[in-house]
Ligand binder design. Structure first.
Ligand SMILES: [Zn+2]
Length: 349
């Protein structure tokens, strides 16, 4: 061996060819011993440097070291490739494509969503179209146009989240406390006959307990037409109660007050849990009746504000809490269960 550099290219080519042919761990180890080991080809060349003329030593040493590092890297690369191929073939062997697939766990609709859709379906069959309105609302629609002016004591019925006026250019805005503002909005742009339901989220600035949440979903009902009376209201809501809670349901209307209806009523259905006289009944507590919504004839001043001729048109309206209907339907006693997102609870519906 006159000069190691003269044979380097050949050594490298030979080493690389044999490395490419090594197909398992034992062959890799044999290659390593034969090339990089103590008595390997490359090691022998490195030892031979000492015998070279002084002028050639430095150059030959550097070239050999570069080759050594390059071959070491090639060895690791080949080892990784062999391992990856082995893993892939193991997976391929383990994969039996004839096995039936694993069933996916199916998702489900939230109970409140289910009940909201049921409510809307009942009213759709009765001829009511669904419309929606904004959750961030103007004070004007949420209160003023519903006969609840500023300083009216009835405003205390709704604890309100107000928007910071510095973010609304001074316009008085709030998170709607009920879906009723859509009554005024819809009448502003439509002529009778009107039959609509308005589903949506509402917000109340109040503490949370078993029967109160700061967010609730409502469904509002509005009908305006010639000749509508309390009988139409009662008939519509009785049909609703029977479709939601069972064909034998009776309804009871009791006098109540809401500023936007006259007369106003509280509508109840007879208890469907007990015979109507069980003091331990968790739903009616022995009274036999369960309140499910507020309702009434639309106040003529509201129809007038919309520009309707009140000698010709009358209307009725109702509003119910979807959570409350859900709780009654499924015997849920704490409203907070509905929004805690606990799958153990939600999977029951
Ligand atoms: Zn009862």
């Amino acid at each position: 061996m006159t000069s190691p550099t003269a044979t380097l290219a050949e050594v490298e080519q030979d080493a690389r060819e044999r490395l490419a042919a090594a197909s398992d761990e034992a062959a890799l180890e044999a290659w390593r011993t034969g090339v990089l080991g103590r008595s390997g080809t490359l090691t022998g060349l490195l030892r031979g440097i000492g015998a070279l003329p002084e002028a050639e030593r430095k150059h030959a040493g550097a070239a050999l070291n570069v080759l050594k590092q390059s071959l070491e890297a090639a060895l690791e690369e080949r080892r990784d490739a062999l391992r990856a191929a082995a893993l892939a073939s193991t997976v391929a062997d383990a994969l039996d494509v004839t096995l039936p697939g694993r069933p996916m766990r199916r998702g489900r609709l939230h109970p409140v969503t289910q009940v909201r859709r049921e409510i809307l379906d009942v009213f759709a069959r009765l001829g009511f179209a669904t419309v929606e309105g904004p959750e961030v609302e103007l004070e004007r629609y949420n209160f003023d146009l519903l006969r609840i002016p500023e300083h009216h004591p009835a405003r205390d019925m709704w604890d309100t989240f107000w928007l910071d006026p510095s973010t609304t250019e001074g316009v008085s805005m709030l998170l709607r406390t009920h879906t009723s503002p859509m009554q005024a909005r819809f009448m502003e742009t439509h002529e009778p006959p009107i039959r609509i339901v308005v589903p949506g989220r509402c917000y109340r600035y109040e503490a949370t307990d078993a029967t109160h949440e700061w967010m609730l979903q409502q469904v509002e009902l509005l009908a305006v037409d010639e000749g509508l009376s309390m009988a139409n209201l009662k008939g519509t809501l009785q049909e609703f109660a029977r479709q939601m809670f069972g064909p034998q349901r009776k309804v009871l209307m009791r006098n109540s007050y809401f500023p936007f209806v006259e007369p106003g009523v509280e509508l109840s259905v007879d208890c469907f849990v007990c015979p109507g006289n069980d003091p331990a009944c968790p739903v009616c507590r022995g009274s036999g009746w369960i309140e499910i919504m507020g309702a009434g004839m639309v106040h003529p001043e509201i129809l007038e504000a919309a520009g309707y001729d009140t000698r010709r048109y009358t209307g009725f309206a109702a509003g119910m809490g979807v959570e409350r209907v859900t709780m009654l339907k499924y015997g849920i006693t704490d409203i907070r269960n509905l929004y805690q997102n606990d799958p153990r609870f939600l999977a029951q519906f």
